[in-house]
Design a protein around this ligand. Sequence first.
Ligand SMILES: O=C[C@H](O)[C@H](O)[C@H](O)COP(=O)(O)O
Length: 223
Amino acid sequence: MNEKQMAGGKAADYIEDGMTIGLGTGSTVYFMLQKLGKRVKEGLQIKGVSTSDSTTQLAKSLDIPLISINEIDQIDLTIDGADEVDAELNGIKGGGGALLYEKVVASISSKIIWIVDSAKLVESLGTFPLPVEVLPFGSHQVFRLFEKEGLQPSFRKKEDAYFITDSGHYVIDLKMESIKHPEKTASWLDGITGVVEHGLFLNMADLLIVGEAGGPAIIYRKK
Ligand SMILES: O=C[C@H](O)[C@H](O)[C@H](O)COP(=O)(O)O
């Protein structure tokens, strides 16, 4: 069993009957959804809130019942992947471009579990390029601002065209190497007009499940 499968499978065990579940996005969440689909077939009653078109498609193919986020005010548990996680359980997300919906879902979740393979653990965030979702209108001005700050921005592309998120925005990836003050960086990005969302997810995850050779490691966020 690979590490992603191990972490995804373990996380699905935390889902209880009657829960509303935030369904993250990505290749690790794929394995969680496979296991959840199995449990639903065996009679588990849940409602899933999807964070991307790809997760919606996968959940539907597995007969996992979905509910629109607009019909609820609170999610019991969200299970999502991450691109990098530090010891404080702060992370970078958005490698697959789903950061905006993932953050909206996270913001109304009572509990958040992240599932990762061991390569995602880092001492400090920033080796993974930080995704910033921007409005196409004015995006080149934002890009040049990042350039001036020395953040080596690049527009994310898909087959030579701009990568477009599920909500119709562009993504600019920033090479920050090491983010010394994640809170400061997050609030700086929050303050830039035209930035819709960024991939710094701080103080959000309650629990981290890491796939490891000897079995899944469970790490709680220090409160
Ligand atoms: O936009 C994508 C999401 O934030 C994913 O959860 C993240 O990129 C991790 O994905 P994966 O499990 O495929 O590495």
